[in-house]
Design a protein around this ligand. Structure first.
Ligand code: SF4
Length: 371
Protein backbone atom coordinates (compact mmCIF):
# COMPACT_ATOMS: atom_id res chain seq x y z
CA UNK A 1 0.00 0.00 0.00
CA UNK A 2 1.50 3.36 -0.98
CA UNK A 3 1.04 6.86 0.43
CA UNK A 4 -2.21 7.41 -1.42
CA UNK A 5 -3.96 4.26 -0.21
CA UNK A 6 -3.59 2.39 -3.54
CA UNK A 7 -1.85 -0.94 -3.65
CA UNK A 8 -0.57 -0.63 -7.23
CA UNK A 9 1.75 2.13 -8.47
CA UNK A 10 0.22 4.93 -10.50
CA UNK A 11 1.53 4.88 -14.09
CA UNK A 12 2.36 8.60 -13.96
CA UNK A 13 4.62 8.08 -10.94
CA UNK A 14 7.22 6.32 -13.09
CA UNK A 15 10.09 8.15 -14.79
CA UNK A 16 11.19 7.23 -18.30
CA UNK A 17 14.08 5.27 -16.80
CA UNK A 18 11.64 3.39 -14.54
CA UNK A 19 9.70 2.32 -17.64
CA UNK A 20 12.87 1.15 -19.33
CA UNK A 21 13.63 -1.03 -16.31
CA UNK A 22 10.06 -2.33 -16.18
CA UNK A 23 9.83 -3.34 -19.85
CA UNK A 24 13.19 -5.11 -19.60
CA UNK A 25 11.88 -6.99 -16.56
CA UNK A 26 9.01 -8.11 -18.76
CA UNK A 27 11.54 -9.48 -21.25
CA UNK A 28 10.76 -6.69 -23.74
CA UNK A 29 13.14 -4.42 -25.67
CA UNK A 30 13.82 -0.93 -24.33
CA UNK A 31 11.96 0.83 -27.14
CA UNK A 32 8.73 -0.39 -25.56
CA UNK A 33 9.35 2.20 -22.84
CA UNK A 34 9.21 4.90 -25.48
CA UNK A 35 5.91 3.52 -26.77
CA UNK A 36 4.44 3.55 -23.28
CA UNK A 37 5.72 7.07 -22.66
CA UNK A 38 4.22 8.31 -25.93
CA UNK A 39 0.97 6.52 -25.19
CA UNK A 40 0.67 8.22 -21.80
CA UNK A 41 1.88 11.71 -22.67
CA UNK A 42 1.46 12.19 -26.43
CA UNK A 43 -1.66 10.19 -27.14
CA UNK A 44 -3.03 10.81 -23.62
CA UNK A 45 -4.19 7.19 -23.34
CA UNK A 46 -5.51 6.33 -19.93
CA UNK A 47 -6.53 2.68 -20.08
CA UNK A 48 -4.24 -0.32 -20.67
CA UNK A 49 -6.37 -1.43 -23.62
CA UNK A 50 -5.67 1.91 -25.37
CA UNK A 51 -2.04 0.94 -25.93
CA UNK A 52 -2.48 -0.39 -29.44
CA UNK A 53 1.24 -0.01 -30.10
CA UNK A 54 2.06 -2.72 -27.54
CA UNK A 55 1.72 -6.49 -27.78
CA UNK A 56 -1.25 -7.93 -25.93
CA UNK A 57 0.92 -9.53 -23.23
CA UNK A 58 2.43 -6.15 -22.37
CA UNK A 59 -0.97 -4.48 -22.23
CA UNK A 60 -2.06 -7.18 -19.81
CA UNK A 61 1.07 -6.67 -17.74
CA UNK A 62 0.29 -2.94 -17.57
CA UNK A 63 -3.20 -3.70 -16.33
CA UNK A 64 -1.84 -6.19 -13.80
CA UNK A 65 0.96 -4.05 -12.37
CA UNK A 66 -0.40 -0.50 -12.40
CA UNK A 67 -3.33 1.72 -11.73
CA UNK A 68 -4.11 4.38 -14.34
CA UNK A 69 -5.80 6.95 -12.15
CA UNK A 70 -5.77 8.36 -8.65
CA UNK A 71 -8.01 11.33 -9.36
CA UNK A 72 -11.76 11.07 -9.24
CA UNK A 73 -13.53 14.29 -10.24
CA UNK A 74 -16.26 14.92 -7.68
CA UNK A 75 -17.17 18.53 -8.30
CA UNK A 76 -16.77 20.68 -11.41
CA UNK A 77 -17.60 24.35 -11.73
CA UNK A 78 -17.47 26.74 -14.63
CA UNK A 79 -17.52 30.49 -14.24
CA UNK A 80 -20.44 32.34 -15.79
CA UNK A 81 -18.21 33.73 -18.52
CA UNK A 82 -16.93 30.20 -19.27
CA UNK A 83 -13.33 31.34 -18.98
CA UNK A 84 -12.51 29.57 -15.74
CA UNK A 85 -13.19 25.94 -14.94
CA UNK A 86 -12.37 24.20 -11.72
CA UNK A 87 -12.38 20.56 -10.65
CA UNK A 88 -12.26 19.10 -7.17
CA UNK A 89 -10.69 15.64 -7.22
CA UNK A 90 -10.79 12.95 -4.58
CA UNK A 91 -7.72 10.80 -4.09
CA UNK A 92 -7.87 7.11 -3.15
CA UNK A 93 -7.19 7.84 0.53
CA UNK A 94 -9.98 10.44 0.74
CA UNK A 95 -7.75 13.53 0.41
CA UNK A 96 -8.97 16.21 -1.99
CA UNK A 97 -7.20 18.57 -4.38
CA UNK A 98 -8.24 21.19 -6.87
CA UNK A 99 -7.19 22.12 -10.38
CA UNK A 100 -8.23 25.21 -12.32
CA UNK A 101 -8.18 25.86 -16.05
CA UNK A 102 -8.12 29.48 -17.19
CA UNK A 103 -8.80 30.45 -20.77
CA UNK A 104 -7.10 33.55 -22.12
CA UNK A 105 -6.98 34.84 -25.67
CA UNK A 106 -4.02 32.72 -26.67
CA UNK A 107 -3.31 30.68 -23.57
CA UNK A 108 -4.90 27.77 -21.79
CA UNK A 109 -3.34 27.87 -18.36
CA UNK A 110 -3.73 25.23 -15.69
CA UNK A 111 -3.25 26.02 -12.02
CA UNK A 112 -2.31 22.75 -10.35
CA UNK A 113 -1.86 21.51 -6.78
CA UNK A 114 1.14 19.78 -5.23
CA UNK A 115 -0.21 18.98 -1.77
CA UNK A 116 -3.54 18.19 -0.19
CA UNK A 117 -3.73 21.16 2.17
CA UNK A 118 -0.62 23.15 3.04
CA UNK A 119 1.70 23.52 6.02
CA UNK A 120 2.69 27.14 5.39
CA UNK A 121 -0.28 28.68 7.17
CA UNK A 122 -0.53 31.98 5.26
CA UNK A 123 -3.16 33.79 7.28
CA UNK A 124 -5.33 34.86 4.34
CA UNK A 125 -5.36 31.51 2.55
CA UNK A 126 -8.02 28.86 2.92
CA UNK A 127 -5.64 26.05 2.01
CA UNK A 128 -3.30 27.25 4.74
CA UNK A 129 -6.21 27.22 7.15
CA UNK A 130 -6.77 23.52 6.36
CA UNK A 131 -3.22 22.49 7.34
CA UNK A 132 -1.22 19.84 5.47
CA UNK A 133 -2.96 16.53 4.85
CA UNK A 134 -0.25 15.02 2.66
CA UNK A 135 2.13 15.56 -0.24
CA UNK A 136 0.91 14.52 -3.68
CA UNK A 137 2.97 12.00 -5.59
CA UNK A 138 4.57 13.10 -8.89
CA UNK A 139 1.93 11.14 -10.76
CA UNK A 140 -0.94 12.81 -8.92
CA UNK A 141 0.47 16.20 -9.92
CA UNK A 142 0.87 15.08 -13.54
CA UNK A 143 -2.58 13.51 -13.70
CA UNK A 144 -4.24 16.88 -12.98
CA UNK A 145 -2.65 18.20 -16.18
CA UNK A 146 -3.57 15.15 -18.24
CA UNK A 147 -7.18 15.36 -17.08
CA UNK A 148 -7.53 18.84 -18.56
CA UNK A 149 -5.30 18.06 -21.54
CA UNK A 150 -7.79 15.35 -22.58
CA UNK A 151 -10.73 17.71 -22.16
CA UNK A 152 -9.00 20.38 -24.22
CA UNK A 153 -7.93 17.93 -26.91
CA UNK A 154 -11.55 16.85 -27.32
CA UNK A 155 -12.25 20.50 -28.18
CA UNK A 156 -9.29 20.69 -30.59
CA UNK A 157 -7.31 22.67 -28.04
CA UNK A 158 -4.32 22.12 -25.75
CA UNK A 159 -2.66 23.15 -22.52
CA UNK A 160 -0.25 26.01 -23.21
CA UNK A 161 0.90 26.97 -19.70
CA UNK A 162 1.09 25.52 -16.23
CA UNK A 163 1.31 27.48 -13.01
CA UNK A 164 2.12 25.43 -9.93
CA UNK A 165 0.12 27.72 -7.69
CA UNK A 166 -2.78 25.60 -6.51
CA UNK A 167 -3.06 23.92 -3.13
CA UNK A 168 0.23 23.46 -1.33
CA UNK A 169 3.75 24.85 -1.32
CA UNK A 170 5.47 23.19 -4.31
CA UNK A 171 8.98 23.49 -2.88
CA UNK A 172 7.85 21.78 0.33
CA UNK A 173 7.12 18.79 -1.91
CA UNK A 174 10.25 19.43 -3.91
CA UNK A 175 11.19 16.06 -5.41
CA UNK A 176 7.65 15.19 -6.50
CA UNK A 177 7.05 18.64 -7.99
CA UNK A 178 10.29 18.57 -9.92
CA UNK A 179 9.74 15.04 -11.22
CA UNK A 180 6.22 16.01 -12.32
CA UNK A 181 7.43 19.11 -14.15
CA UNK A 182 10.25 17.16 -15.78
CA UNK A 183 7.74 14.55 -16.96
CA UNK A 184 5.51 17.23 -18.49
CA UNK A 185 8.50 19.02 -20.00
CA UNK A 186 9.99 15.84 -21.56
CA UNK A 187 9.98 16.33 -25.36
CA UNK A 188 9.50 12.57 -25.90
CA UNK A 189 6.03 12.89 -24.41
CA UNK A 190 3.92 15.85 -23.28
CA UNK A 191 6.66 18.28 -24.32
CA UNK A 192 5.48 21.46 -22.63
CA UNK A 193 8.35 23.99 -22.77
CA UNK A 194 10.04 24.77 -19.45
CA UNK A 195 9.42 28.47 -20.02
CA UNK A 196 5.71 27.76 -20.05
CA UNK A 197 5.86 26.30 -16.57
CA UNK A 198 5.87 28.54 -13.50
CA UNK A 199 6.74 27.19 -10.07
CA UNK A 200 5.40 29.33 -7.28
CA UNK A 201 6.78 29.46 -3.77
CA UNK A 202 6.10 31.31 -0.60
CA UNK A 203 9.85 31.75 -0.31
CA UNK A 204 11.68 28.63 0.91
CA UNK A 205 15.12 30.10 0.26
CA UNK A 206 17.23 26.90 0.44
CA UNK A 207 14.87 25.17 -1.99
CA UNK A 208 15.04 28.10 -4.40
CA UNK A 209 18.83 27.73 -4.37
CA UNK A 210 18.45 23.99 -4.96
CA UNK A 211 16.12 24.68 -7.89
CA UNK A 212 18.66 27.14 -9.28
CA UNK A 213 21.22 24.32 -9.38
CA UNK A 214 18.95 21.98 -11.38
CA UNK A 215 19.82 23.66 -14.68
CA UNK A 216 16.16 24.06 -15.70
CA UNK A 217 14.40 27.00 -17.27
CA UNK A 218 11.21 26.93 -15.21
CA UNK A 219 9.83 30.33 -14.24
CA UNK A 220 9.93 31.21 -10.57
CA UNK A 221 7.14 33.14 -8.86
CA UNK A 222 7.66 34.21 -5.26
CA UNK A 223 4.68 35.13 -3.11
CA UNK A 224 6.10 38.11 -1.26
CA UNK A 225 3.13 40.13 0.09
CA UNK A 226 5.35 42.38 2.24
CA UNK A 227 8.69 44.15 1.96
CA UNK A 228 9.68 44.08 5.63
CA UNK A 229 10.25 41.02 7.77
CA UNK A 230 7.83 41.83 10.58
CA UNK A 231 4.85 42.32 8.32
CA UNK A 232 5.78 39.39 6.12
CA UNK A 233 6.08 37.07 9.12
CA UNK A 234 2.67 38.20 10.34
CA UNK A 235 1.13 37.21 6.99
CA UNK A 236 3.27 34.15 6.23
CA UNK A 237 4.41 32.38 9.41
CA UNK A 238 7.11 30.38 7.60
CA UNK A 239 8.76 33.68 6.58
CA UNK A 240 10.25 33.87 10.10
CA UNK A 241 12.68 31.18 9.00
CA UNK A 242 13.63 32.91 5.75
CA UNK A 243 14.15 36.65 6.23
CA UNK A 244 13.89 38.83 3.16
CA UNK A 245 17.67 39.25 2.83
CA UNK A 246 18.02 35.45 2.61
CA UNK A 247 15.06 35.17 0.24
CA UNK A 248 16.33 37.87 -2.13
CA UNK A 249 19.77 36.31 -2.07
CA UNK A 250 18.19 33.01 -3.17
CA UNK A 251 16.22 34.83 -5.88
CA UNK A 252 19.45 36.34 -7.13
CA UNK A 253 20.99 32.86 -7.31
CA UNK A 254 17.97 31.71 -9.33
CA UNK A 255 18.17 34.66 -11.65
CA UNK A 256 21.91 34.28 -12.17
CA UNK A 257 21.55 30.56 -12.91
CA UNK A 258 18.58 30.81 -15.28
CA UNK A 259 18.52 34.44 -16.50
CA UNK A 260 14.75 34.10 -16.11
CA UNK A 261 12.84 37.14 -14.93
CA UNK A 262 11.42 36.52 -11.45
CA UNK A 263 7.79 37.24 -10.66
CA UNK A 264 6.79 38.56 -7.26
CA UNK A 265 3.19 37.99 -6.21
CA UNK A 266 1.58 40.51 -3.91
CA UNK A 267 -1.90 40.08 -2.46
CA UNK A 268 -3.21 43.56 -1.74
CA UNK A 269 -4.77 43.78 1.71
CA UNK A 270 -6.36 47.09 2.57
CA UNK A 271 -4.28 49.18 4.98
CA UNK A 272 -2.02 46.21 5.72
CA UNK A 273 0.51 45.89 2.89
CA UNK A 274 -0.74 48.25 0.20
CA UNK A 275 1.06 51.51 1.06
CA UNK A 276 3.36 53.35 -1.35
CA UNK A 277 6.09 52.88 1.30
CA UNK A 278 5.82 49.10 0.90
CA UNK A 279 6.13 49.53 -2.86
CA UNK A 280 9.23 51.71 -2.35
CA UNK A 281 10.83 49.10 -0.13
CA UNK A 282 10.04 46.37 -2.63
CA UNK A 283 11.65 48.40 -5.42
CA UNK A 284 14.72 48.86 -3.21
CA UNK A 285 15.05 45.10 -2.61
CA UNK A 286 14.73 44.33 -6.31
CA UNK A 287 17.31 46.95 -7.23
CA UNK A 288 19.73 46.06 -4.45
CA UNK A 289 19.82 42.43 -5.54
CA UNK A 290 20.12 43.24 -9.24
CA UNK A 291 17.03 41.29 -10.24
CA UNK A 292 15.04 41.53 -13.42
CA UNK A 293 11.60 41.17 -11.90
CA UNK A 294 7.94 41.60 -12.54
CA UNK A 295 5.33 42.20 -9.86
CA UNK A 296 1.79 40.86 -9.92
CA UNK A 297 -0.59 42.57 -7.56
CA UNK A 298 -4.01 41.14 -6.87
CA UNK A 299 -6.69 42.30 -4.46
CA UNK A 300 -7.30 39.92 -1.56
CA UNK A 301 -10.03 37.36 -2.04
CA UNK A 302 -11.80 37.71 1.34
CA UNK A 303 -12.48 34.59 3.38
CA UNK A 304 -14.30 33.99 6.64
CA UNK A 305 -11.03 32.77 8.17
CA UNK A 306 -9.32 36.16 7.81
CA UNK A 307 -10.64 39.60 8.58
CA UNK A 308 -8.54 41.55 6.02
CA UNK A 309 -10.28 43.33 3.14
CA UNK A 310 -9.17 43.80 -0.47
CA UNK A 311 -7.43 47.07 -1.29
CA UNK A 312 -9.49 49.58 -3.26
CA UNK A 313 -8.60 50.19 -6.88
CA UNK A 314 -6.94 53.60 -6.33
CA UNK A 315 -4.70 52.19 -3.64
CA UNK A 316 -3.62 49.36 -5.94
CA UNK A 317 -2.91 51.75 -8.78
CA UNK A 318 -0.86 54.03 -6.54
CA UNK A 319 1.17 51.01 -5.41
CA UNK A 320 1.74 49.94 -9.01
CA UNK A 321 2.68 53.49 -10.01
CA UNK A 322 5.54 53.52 -7.48
CA UNK A 323 6.97 50.34 -8.98
CA UNK A 324 6.53 51.66 -12.49
CA UNK A 325 8.38 54.83 -11.52
CA UNK A 326 11.30 52.58 -10.59
CA UNK A 327 11.08 50.83 -13.96
CA UNK A 328 9.65 47.64 -12.46
CA UNK A 329 6.78 46.24 -14.55
CA UNK A 330 3.66 45.57 -12.58
CA UNK A 331 0.47 43.77 -13.52
CA UNK A 332 -2.74 44.50 -11.68
CA UNK A 333 -4.62 41.24 -11.69
CA UNK A 334 -8.32 40.72 -11.57
CA UNK A 335 -9.59 37.89 -9.47
CA UNK A 336 -11.03 35.21 -11.72
CA UNK A 337 -13.71 32.67 -11.17
CA UNK A 338 -15.01 34.24 -7.97
CA UNK A 339 -18.45 32.81 -8.76
CA UNK A 340 -17.00 29.28 -8.70
CA UNK A 341 -14.66 29.59 -5.71
CA UNK A 342 -11.70 29.39 -8.07
CA UNK A 343 -9.29 30.64 -5.41
CA UNK A 344 -6.81 28.11 -4.14
CA UNK A 345 -8.42 25.57 -1.84
CA UNK A 346 -11.89 27.03 -1.89
CA UNK A 347 -13.76 23.95 -3.07
CA UNK A 348 -11.79 21.64 -0.80
CA UNK A 349 -12.36 24.06 2.05
CA UNK A 350 -16.04 24.12 1.24
CA UNK A 351 -16.10 20.39 1.55
CA UNK A 352 -14.03 20.13 4.69
CA UNK A 353 -15.22 23.20 6.46
CA UNK A 354 -17.89 25.14 4.63
CA UNK A 355 -16.84 28.64 3.90
CA UNK A 356 -13.13 29.17 4.56
CA UNK A 357 -10.71 30.08 1.76
CA UNK A 358 -8.70 32.54 -0.36
CA UNK A 359 -6.33 33.48 -3.11
CA UNK A 360 -4.35 32.87 -6.19
CA UNK A 361 -6.29 32.53 -9.44
CA UNK A 362 -6.01 35.66 -11.46
CA UNK A 363 -6.03 37.23 -14.87
CA UNK A 364 -3.70 39.97 -15.88
CA UNK A 365 -3.91 43.51 -17.16
CA UNK A 366 -0.58 45.23 -17.49
CA UNK A 367 -0.38 48.78 -16.31
CA UNK A 368 2.81 49.72 -18.07
CA UNK A 369 6.50 49.16 -17.34
CA UNK A 370 9.17 47.39 -19.34
CA UNK A 371 8.74 43.90 -20.68
S1 SF4 B 1 -0.88 30.79 0.00
FE1 SF4 B 1 0.12 28.98 -0.89
S2 SF4 B 1 1.84 28.60 0.56
FE2 SF4 B 1 0.42 29.98 1.64
S3 SF4 B 1 -0.90 28.57 2.82
FE3 SF4 B 1 -1.91 28.98 0.83
S4 SF4 B 1 -1.30 27.27 -0.48
FE4 SF4 B 1 0.13 27.34 1.25
Amino acid sequence: MNVSGESKPLVYDLTYEDWEAWVQNQGQPRYRARQIWEGLYKHLWHRPEDFSTLPKALREALARDFTFSHLTPVKERQSRDGETHKTLFHLPDGAAVETVRMRYVRRRTLCISTQAGCAMGCVFCATGQLGLLRHLTPGEIVEQVLYYARKLRAQGDRVTNIVVMGMGEPLHNYAATLQAMDTLNDPRGFGLGARRITISTVGLAPKIRQLAREGKQYNLAVSLHAADDDLRSALIPVARRYPLADLFDACRAYFQATRRRITFEWTMIRDVNDSPQQAERLARWIREYGLVAHVNVIPLNPTPGYEGRPSPRQRIEAFAAVLEAHGIPCTVRVRRGIDIQAGCGQLAGERLERGKMALHVATGKRVGGRA
